[in-house]
Design a binder for this molecule. Structure first.
Ligand code: AMP
Length: 442
């Protein structure tokens, strides 16, 4: 059973000093000038200290690393154990080497006054130093799945002593094709353990994995700040599928200033659109899970510098993109998961700027539009009067949305719906660097 935490505004904002974290951790936090826990930290740390399992729906930038690192460090410091070769007590799985390195750095920073050891392992580098470090024994192992499987198959690491397991960015693991490796690793873990799963979205494959991985979890969701969404001018354009290309070119041409981010549901569609846009005289690049890390970084750099004014992305590849100057977000396809709509439009209107978001809705996507509107609790204004815009009556919309009825509010997976614009953000922390999360800082 999944427990949904109550995230109503507490009477007082908690401080790190109110949390039952040991003195060496408090000192490290003070040295980093962290006084106020972010919403995900405030909501999870007390439960994690009690040993609860967790499903955290949160992106990078919400403070999720400290949310799991601090309780792990506290627990191991309170119950020290002699190091045994090859047998870490905590295992953290991350999809990319960049994220793994970042997590390792967080453990180093928060644990600087403790005598606990950690090691970060990933592919593409010599495996031997990693084997030697494991042989010497470490408390906390941070790994990408491929290299961990290599090390496990060479019997250089054993999972027998794992007390805490963290799966970070689970949906990105799926997108990058690591899900089977992850399943294999999970199947080898001891059944007595604490398990944490973080994911920005919860597609069915991740829900299944979560169900097999966690027991009686606490569930915490951190959604993007309402204030961000308020500044975005949203519109929906009903359009036949055959007209989407013309619509895309129209909006990009009609928007000569600023960067344009285009979202698609499928990877192959991203490539196809780049090709089509090229024929329409628009230089664009694609970024999705089938592209190498180097190709993604190149595309991102070209976009950031304005060399390509248009970037076409899938949801998960767009994670972590914090590019200033995106003034238009186009959704070529509506997302299967209504929460993604909010993450997508949140790519514009950054740093106090205004932004515009236009979503295309094909005839077979009307139920998705209904899900989005229920989740954001707003009706998105309909754009009319352009040659490719279809006029759809309220009755037609209602009829076409009905086959998938039954998800009243709360989204399809029982997510907490986005707040209305005039409601205060949870914890009354508007203007904090975290808002209600979802804002990437990488
Ligand atoms: P993360 O989502 O874990 O990648 O964290 C995002 C950024 O916020 C990182 O640079 C953290 O060091 C920083 N951070 C995490 N927790 C806090 C906090 N409570 N106060 C201020 N900064 C924080």
């Amino acid at each position: 059973m999944i427990t949904v935490t109550d995230d109503t505004t507490p009477a007082t904002t908690p401080r790190f000093s109110d949390l039952a974290l040991g003195e060496p951790l408090q000192r490290a936090l003070q040295e980093k000038n962290y006084t106020i826990p972010s919403p995900i930290q405030a909501q999870t740390i007390p439960h994690l200290l009690e040993g609860r399992d967790l499903i955290g729906i949160a992106q990078t930038g919400t403070g999720k690393t400290a949310a799991f690192a601090l309780p792990i460090l506290h627990r191991f410091a309170a119950h020290p154990r002699r190091l045994s070769p090859k047998r870490p007590r905590a295992l953290i799985l991350a999809p990319t080497r960049e994220l793994a390195i970042q997590i390792g750095q967080s453990f180093a920073a928060y644990g600087k006054h403790l005598k606990l050891s950690h090691l970060t392992v990933f592919g593409g580098v010599n495996i031997n130093p990693q084997i030697h470090a494991l042989q010497r024994g470490i408390d906390i192992l941070i790994a990408t799945p491929g290299r961990l499987m290599d090390l496990a198959s060479q019997r250089c690491v054993s999972f027998e002593d794992v007390e805490v397991f963290v799966l970070d960015e689970a949906d990105r693991m799926l997108d990058m094709g690591f899900i089977n490796d992850v399943r294999k690793i999970v199947s080898r873990l001891p059944s007595q353990r604490q398990s944490l799963l973080f994911s920005a979205t919860m597609p069915p494959a991740i829900q299944e994995l979560a169900a097999s991985m966690v027991r009686n979890p606490q569930r915490v969701e951190v959604t993007p700040a309402a204030t961000t969404v308020e500044r975005i001018e949203q519109q929906v354009c009903h359009v036949e599928h055959g007209q989407k290309r013309a619509a895309l070119a129209h909006f990009i041409h009609a928007h000569p200033e600023g960067l344009v981010l285009v979202f698609v549901r499928m990877k192959h569609m991203a490539n196809k659109l780049v090709e089509q846009l090229g024929k329409d005289g628009i230089r664009a690049e694609a970024i999705h899970g089938n592209k190498s890390q180097a190709a993604r970084q190149r595309a991102l750099e070209n976009f950031r510098t304005g060399r390509s004014r248009v970037l076409v992305a899938t949801d998960i590849a767009a994670r972590g993109i914090d590019v200033k100057g995106i003034s238009l977000v186009l959704q070529h396809d509506l997302p299967e998961e209504p929460e993604s709509y909010v993450h997508r439009i949140g790519r514009t209107a950054r740093a106090g700027k205004e932004g515009k978001a236009i979503a295309f809705c094909g005839p077979d996507e009307r139920h998705l539009l209904r899900d989005v509107q229920r989740t954001i609790r707003q009706t998105v204004p309909v754009l009319e009067g352009l040659p490719f815009c279809s006029v759809v009556s309220a009755e037609t919309l209602e009829r076409d949305s009905s086959p998938r009825s039954g998800s009243q509010g709360g989204g399809r997976f029982g997510f907490r719906p986005a707040r209305r614009g005039n409601q205060p953000p949870a914890h009354g922390r508007s203007g904090s660097r975290f808002g209600r999360g979802g804002i990437d800082r990488r």
